[in-house]
Design a protein around this ligand. Sequence first.
Ligand SMILES: Nc1ncnc2c1ncn2[C@@H]1O[C@H](COP(=O)(O)OP(=O)(O)O)[C@@H](O)[C@H]1O
Ligand SMILES: O=C(CO)[C@@H](O)[C@H](O)COP(=O)(O)O
Length: 464
Amino acid sequence: MTLVAGVDTSTQSTKVIVCDADTGAVLREGRAAHPDGTEVAPEHWWRAFQEATAGGLLDGVAAIGVGGQQHGMVLLDEAGNVVRDALLWNDTRSAGAADDLVGELPGGAAGWAEAVGLVPVASFTVTKLRWVARHEPEVAARAASVVLPHDWITHRLRADAGDGPTTDRGDASGTGYWSPATGQYRPDLVRLAFGRDLALPRVAGPAEVVGETAGGALLAPGTGDNMAAALGLGLRPGDVVVSLGTSGTVFGVSAAPVADASGTVAGFADATGRHLPLVCTLNAARVLTAAADLLGVPLSRLDELALTAEPGAGGLTLLPYLDGERTPNLPAARGLLNGLTRANAGPANLARAAYEGMLCGLADGLDAVRAAGVPVERVLLIGGAAASAAVRAIAPALLGMPVTVPDPGEYVALGAARQAAWALRGTDEAPAWPLAGAEVTAAPAEGIRKVYSEVRDRAQALLR
Ligand SMILES: Nc1ncnc2c1ncn2[C@@H]1O[C@H](COP(=O)(O)OP(=O)(O)O)[C@@H](O)[C@H]1O
Ligand SMILES: O=C(CO)[C@@H](O)[C@H](O)COP(=O)(O)O
């Protein structure tokens, strides 16, 4: 049997799976946690990779692919050493830099959407470059190149440095200085943000072999975690994914590039040559852990509590912007609980409000993706919080349609493994791997979404 491995180096942890290259059947798994925080030394990701693969997990593996959290800025010096901790996608300090950059490009938001398929917000790499240039000039002076988390891990896995780090079109499309429409970098936008040029990783083809590990395994190009999930799920036009990890994301595939000047939908590329319009919130699974901590219960009990409450949580509405928010673009916002009375003040309603608030944000994302022209025929629910019974019960009602929950799995790592199998075989298409899952339905709950959007709109002054 030929073995391939897929790595998911995401916000909270590294997960590695080893699969049968022909069927995608998962044979071995490992994982290790990352430190908390929105700036992290990349060395921690490497240590987590080593811990996750300890004990011979990768023995006999013929090819490896790496999926990684998008947008994180890893600045390297001339020798390829990291010059500062990576600023992650959920670090909001560059919100002001984002506003400045929008104002500085002719055409503003529309100009950016046309140039690179997205409008700068704090998450995107280009805004982090501006922040470092303005706030840490001595660090900026040492930087010779900039790469993304998956580029850095992939390069670190290589036995020889070759002609330097590589990236792929999926992850490159989240930088803000690569155009999904033309497939070219925009070095002028790096200069606009950073004040000078930086070396950028070569954009490898979708199934290119970019190197070899010391153990002799071939390295696939890797990609961003959402693009890897799309590959792991074998996403087809009409499929839309709702992923509930650290971030909440909603995305589907499209043949043509998407440029949304409102900035709500980011017009990313996928890992196969298509496009992956995507909406991202900063607050998803960790809204539930925060609610569980608040109530002093484990997540399993939070689920039970939420399912004992009536839909609408007795009138409690949570705007779940605990870490600030990206969609809507409210980086300085904080969470807000509205409608508290003596009658509804109880653990069950509070628990329910957390699930409903988180899912209403994703339901808004689904509307935005649909409005961008992405057909929505089937919704697939993945990510850590898709394991929650309450999420599965409430999601179809708030998303307004049946939801397919694929069998529990690490779909980012699976997609990275599928890319590895593709690179290994050198075929035109990625190998066809089966996907199993169940559909859950619930009556639409438009009333809850209406109340949520009224609270959200009325609270704008408090949230800015
Ligand atoms: N049964 C569950 N109910 C709710 N949340 C869960 C459950 N199982 C895992 N999670 C949450 O999923 C998150 C991890 O999801 P994951 O998709 O791996 O995140 P990331 O890729 O961003 O690191 C954690 O915040 C964890 O608390
Ligand atoms: O910023 C985005 C997408 O634009 C996030 O989706 C990151 O890619 C991190 O993902 P997770 O760690 O939540 O999987």
